[in-house]
Write a protein that binds this ligand. Structure first.
Ligand code: CDP
Length: 225
């Protein structure tokens, strides 16, 4: 049976990574978290003491990065030069800096090149901001996953509080609004729903319901289940 390419795009906190990983698990596909790639470049930039607005140097970091992504049950492990940075890329500091790094044209070029290689011949679920519009415009299934900003901020608050960070819900909502704006208004590959993407609003959906909705679409489209 043909192995599909499934693209899931949407704003921060819509549940993309959780939902995309579970869809991939159910189909026996590979899950590729492109946000983790931009986060890893951001982490490597900070580690090297380079300012995120130093475009040339940040692009050089992206071109040289030795990045490994592996999905084990329940989570994606991210390594740079064999250092496990799975948790280090999800701190409030990286959340704040990543939108600027991902606006860098050189960074995007390097990451998109890697992402197209990773998608290979199919059997992948890839999530991000520009997958259906730019990275994999010929994807078989395109989903635009979203939720209200209040719900997305609340989910991020739960995630960070759970990890022991002391964060303020109102500040988090403000930060997500800022990142949405930066992602939607940037010049290169902005966050936008592809014309042929299906909108899935998860504000009132559980994770399981969102996963079922997407699997149903895959089944309707190509009898994959
Ligand atoms: O988990 P969350 O939704 O907060 O974000 P993420 O998917 O980990 O992505 C982090 C940031 O990377 C986004 O805010 C974008 O600025 C950038 N990104 C991007 O520009 N293009 C992608 N394909 C994926 C992420």
């Amino acid at each position: 049976m043909k192995k599909l390419i499934i693209a899931i795009d949407g704003p921060a906190g819509a549940g993309k990574s959780t939902v995309a990983r579970l869809v991939a698990e159910r189909l026996g596909y590979t899950y590729i978290d492109t946000g983790a790639m931009y986060r890893a470049v951001t982490w490597d930039t900070v580690r090297r003491g380079i300012a995120v607005d130093d475009a040339e140097k940040v692009a050089a970091v992206a071109r040289a990065i030795n990045l490994q992504l592996t999905t084990v049950t329940g989570k994606t492990l991210v390594k740079v030069d064999d250092t496990d940075i799975t948790d280090a890329i999800r701190t409030p500091e990286i959340n704040r800096l990543v939108a600027e790094v991902s606006q860098n044209g050189g960074v995007r070029e390097a990451m998109v090149h890697l992402q197209r290689q990773l998608a290979g011949l199919g059997g992948v679920v890839m999530d991000g901001r520009d997958i259906g519009t730019h990275v994999l415009p010929n994807a078989d299934i395109k989903i635009f996953l979203t939720a209200s900003i209040a719900e997305r901020a609340h989910r991020r608050w739960l995630e960070l509080t759970d990890k022991g960070f002391n964060v303020d819900l109102a500040e988090l909502q403000e930060e997500i609004a800022c990142r949405d704006k930066a992602d939607c208004e940037r010049a290169i590959a902005p966050l936008i729903q592809a014309a042929d993407a299906v909108l899935v609003d998860t504000t009132y959906l559980t994770v399981a319901q969102a996963v079922e909705t997407i699997l149903q679409l895959c089944e309707e489209k190509s009898g994959v289940l």
